[in-house]
Design a protein around this ligand. Structure first.
Ligand code: INI
Length: 177
């Protein structure tokens, strides 16, 4: 295959200036989710987000994240939503249901609304694994999610603008058929 040297490149930047963000945060395992939230807020601030453009919504557990994320996204209250949760494996099958449904629901929320919903839900076997990912050995997944939200807000805007200009070229205003 030929190298796509002349292919048009769309590389979004993690610039959060001027965008609105909503974070849906599970209270379950708040010891972890509060740290993920701090990481995400730190990243958004570093990327230039205005504090006034950030909304934090708390839900009881990860299972409730998708509905709140979808309502926020569908209402146009954010250019990107960040889902923050932590599901820890216990002795029963509960983990599988909660982890599976939150992942499926978050994906549906973004596909149904067209608003990026970033998946910052840890699914860990042990509390130690979660602690490592909430600011210790494995960095802070919340920070990564904040940058991903800024990037996806930019990318969505760029892709929509490209589509709008294509559509305008195809059917210029005022042109009669
Ligand atoms: N919610 C979590 O966010 N993490 C968990 O580890 C968890 N466990 O293990 O039970 C959990 N359960 C609560 C669940 O998300 C709902 O809030 C609850 O079932 C009510 O719908």
């Amino acid at each position: 295959m030929k190298k796509p040297v002349n292919a048009k490149q769309i590389s979004p930047v993690a610039n959060a200036a001027g965008f609105r963000f909503a974070l849906v945060v599970s209270r379950f395992n708040s010891f972890i989710t509060d740290r993920l939230l701090s990481g995400a807020l730190e990243a958004l601030e570093a990327a230039g987000a205005d504090e006034e453009n950030i909304e934090v919504v708390r839900v009881p557990g990860s299972f409730e994240i998708p509905l709140a994320a979808k309502i926020l996204a569908a209402a146009g209250r954010a250019d990107a939503v960040i889902a923050v949760g932590c599901v820890l494996r216990g002795e029963t099958a509960h983990f599988d249901y909660v982890a599976g449904e939150v992942a499926r629901g978050v994906q549906l929320a973004q596909l149904d609304t067209g608003v990026p919903v970033i998946f910052c839900v840890l699914t860990c076997d042990t509390l130690e694994q979660a602690i490592d990912r909430a600011g210790l050995k494995a960095g802070n997944k919340g920070y990564e999610a904040g940058l991903a939200a800024a990037e996806m807000a930019n990318l969505s805007k760029q892709l929509r603008a490209t589509e709008a200009s294509r559509a305008a070229k195809k059917s210029p205003r005022g042109k009669r058929r």
